[in-house]
Design a protein around this ligand. Sequence first.
Ligand code: FAD
Ligand code: SF4
Length: 457
Amino acid sequence: MEQKILVRKIFDEVINPGNCFHCGLCEGLSNNLFKMKETTKGPIPKLTRKPNLQDINDLKKIIFACPGRGVPYNFLSKKLEAKKKNKVIGNYNSLFICSSSSKEIRKKASSGGVVRSILLELIKSKKVDYVCVLDEKKNKILKFDTLITNNLQEIIDISQSIYQTTPLLHKLKKLRKNKVYCFVGLPEHIASLRILKIKFPDEFKHIKYLIGIYSGTNMYPGAINFFLKGNNINYLNEIKKLNWRHGEWPGKLRIILKNKRILSLKKFYYNYLIPFFISKSCMITPDFTAELSDISIGDAWSPKLESKGHGYSVVISRSNDFDKILHKLKTKKDLELNKVDLKETISMHAHMIEFKKIGSYIRIQKLKKKGPVPLYDLKPNYVSFSRKIVEDFIGFVIFIFSKPSVKYLFSFINSSLMGYLFQTIRSFWKYISKPTKRKGLNNIKLENSINKRVNEF
Ligand SMILES: Cc1cc2nc3c(=O)[nH]c(=O)nc-3n(C[C@H](O)[C@H](O)[C@H](O)COP(=O)(O)OP(=O)(O)OC[C@H]3O[C@@H](n4cnc5c(N)ncnc54)[C@H](O)[C@@H]3O)c2cc1C
Ligand code: SF4
């Protein structure tokens, strides 16, 4: 009976109201009870059999660590060894602008190739036995899986960002307890693993390091089909190769077709796909920088660095181990490493931080009226009326553009034209909403919020 109640809890609180973050933990922690199944709203866990008494322990862990129920970030971040307290980017030790010195790594990177430089060092120095990273399956376009590897060339080859909701934690049971692992993941993957590590330290000590990548917006599957349609191509199987961040930073979406035609669109242009395919999960989380990681890495957006090209990452080290690793890589001349201050770190991503810290709060308050929502332990102390109007407008645009009939109509418009129009409207929107959002961000004070999720810890 208890097992049935626990399964129902996952469905009632998370899956049915659409709060699943697609992390794969349900499959990863159970014995073939759940399987992640692809849907138009991202991968969702489905039951594969009836739960039994042996599932109870696993189900309890899943419920405890499910990011779709919310994460008490403030409480958990105090458990990290980071020395400097910050509620906006999470607690941290040091902040850097960083890039790989290896041409091979940096050329193929999303930003500065820092993630892979660190992974290589962890394997070479035997700090971990394996790294767990998201990778495209061989010869399967847009089908992804977690690769557990210690092969240096494989690590170098798995670069670039995958802008599609994808599970990462579905292989947790396959990890060997006598080996040491490092995970690279989005904020939700990192939060889930951190909860497990804090609550069950012995059971999860084999997962030693958590490398988080910044995540602003993510998209449901279908975005690339939509892009193809805007180029008069009907089927995914016409694609031979796809890169989301090809070439000079910030990179282009590049698709090589089997007939040798090449489609490409600049990163800021193909962002036009976002309002059509944005995932709900990225709109109901306050975590942009993977606040519970040991080290977080994102793009170092700044006019000065963008004009230099080549690719730079902003790096938040949250642990002494990673402070040391970064300095070692600098000494070995594997990394270029320069300190940056908190103000600049925040200003590089002011818009997105505001979208997460204030925007997600407003969105969750609205969703609360309809059913269960993820619960967090921080909230902004004040949200202005004008900010709420801005959020109403964003919500309206996403509501309209995510409708299948609207997608269908827009899919016939050429992707380059859509990209150009989107970028122009977006720049204008950023310009007019900047005073409201900046005012909100500058005045932002995050205060504690007590709820039943926080009390579970
Ligand atoms: C969905 C998404 C949204 C993002 N949004 C932002 C943003 O708004 N602002 C910002 O500054 N940065 C964002 N990033 C992070 C940024 O794109 C780079 O991943 C980061 O700067 C690290 O770059 P790198 O050159 O060091 O990584 P690389 O050396 O190129 O390595 C990339 C690593 O990321 C892993 N990876 C790629 N996609 C995923 C995924 N979907 N889930 C789990 N692991 C993945 C790969 O397996 C690889 O290990 C986003 C990334 C993703 C995937
Ligand atoms: S967020 Fe993860 S743990 Fe929660 S229901 Fe979805 S797949 Fe399962």
